[in-house]
Design a protein around this ligand. Structure first.
Ligand SMILES: [Zn+2]
Length: 263
C-alpha cells in the first residue's frame, strides 16, 4: 500500500508573530552590505583592549574610528563594530551622545568590580578543584612555577593572566568562563598593575601557591578561600595606592583620584 506521508505540520512549534519575524530567511540574490568578519572584529577589539590594559589608551582617551583604522591598517567597518562591542561591554562610553571615549571607572565602580571579581574568582577556584583534569592541574602548577619575583610588572601581569585563565578553563563551565571574561575586560580599565608595588610580587607568589595547592588537593573550600584572599588583597592595595597618589581624599564621585592614580 502506498502510504502517502503526511506533511509534518501537526508537531511544528507555533511561533508568535514577533518570533516568526526573526526566523532565518532564505538567502536572496540581492547584494547585502559587506560585514566585517568576526575574526577581524575580534582582533581589533583585542588590540584596543590591550592598548587600554597597557595604558596606551587611558580612561577618557577619545576613540576615533578613522585613526584606529589607520593605526591598525584595517578598514573602518571592523573598527566601527569593535567600538560598538567595547561600548556594549562597558569599556567605551559615549560623551555628549557623540564621541566615544575609554570608560573612566568611579571609585565605587572599582569597589564593585573587585567585589564581583573576588567572588567569581573564588567560585572558579572551587569549581576547578572539583573539575580539573590531572593534566590541567599539571599545567596550572607549571605556569605557577614560572613566576619570578624579580620579573617586570608587565611580564608578571601577563603570567598572572595566563595562570588565572588556565584555572578558568579547568572549571569546565562555559557560563562561569564568560562571566570571568567580562570581569577581565573591565579589569583592563584599572590601568596600573599592583605588581609594581614593592614586595607585591613575592606576596602574589604565596597567594597563587595557596590557590594552586588547594586545587591540586581537590579542596574546593580552601581553593575558594585562597582566591578570595588573593583578589581582596589586590583590591585593598589598589584602593590604598589610588588614595595615596591622589594626594587627598577626592570629593565623592570625583574621577580625579583615579585619573591621577595611573602608573
Ligand atoms: Zn593572580
Amino acid at each position: 500500500m502506498a502510504n502517502a506521508k503526511p506533511r509534518r505540520t501537526a508537531g511544528k512549534p507555533r511561533h508568535s508573530p514577533a518570533a516568526a519575524r526573526l526566523r532565518p530567511q532564505r538567502p536572496t540574490t540581492a547584494k547585502a552590505p559587506v560585514a566585517a568578519s568576526f575574526a577581524l572584529v575580534d582582533k581589533v577589539y583585542g588590540e584596543i583592549r590591550e592598548a587600554i590594559r597597557e595604558g596606551v589608551m587611558r580612561p577618557g582617551h577619545r576613540l576615533v574610528e578613522r585613526d584606529i583604522a589607520a593605526n591598525l591598517n584595517v578598514s573602518r567597518t571592523p573598527v566601527r563594530e569593535a567600538l560598538r562591542l567595547l561600548e556594549a561591554h562597558g569599556l567605551a562610553s559615549s560623551v555628549s551622545g557623540r564621541s566615544l571615549v575609554v570608560t573612566s571607572l568611579s571609585p565605587s565602580d572599582v569597589a564593585e568590580l573587585y567585589f564581583a571579581w573576588e567572588h567569581l574568582e573564588g567560585l572558579a577556584a572551587a569549581t576547578a578543584a572539583q573539575n580539573a583534569t590531572d593534566l590541567e592541574i599539571d599545567a596550572i602548577r607549571q605556569i605557577h612555577a614560572l613566576w619570578g619575583e624579580d620579573d617586570s610588572a608587565r611580564n608578571l601581569g601577563r603570567l598572572n593572566k595566563r595562570l588565572h585563565l588556565t584555572i578558568h578553563v579547568a572549571t569546565h563551565n562555559g557560563f562561569l568562563m564568560r562571566a570571568l571574561r567580562t570581569i577581565d575586560d573591565s579589569v583592563s580599565l584599572l590601568g596600573f598593575s599592583t605588581y609594581s608595588l614593592p614586595g607585591r610580587a613575592k606576596e602574589v607568589a604565596a597567594e597563587h601557591g595557596a590557590i594552586v595547592d588547594a586545587i591540586a588537593r581537590r579542596a574546593p573550600e580552601d581553593a575558594a578561600a585562597a582566591a578570595h584572599k588573593h583578589i581582596r588583597r589586590a583590591g585593598q592595595l589598589r584602593m590604598a595606592r589610588e588614595v595615596e597618589l591622589s594626594g587627598a581624599f577626592a570629593p565623592k564621585g570625583s574621577l580625579r583620584a583615579l585619573r591621577t592614580g595611573r602608573n
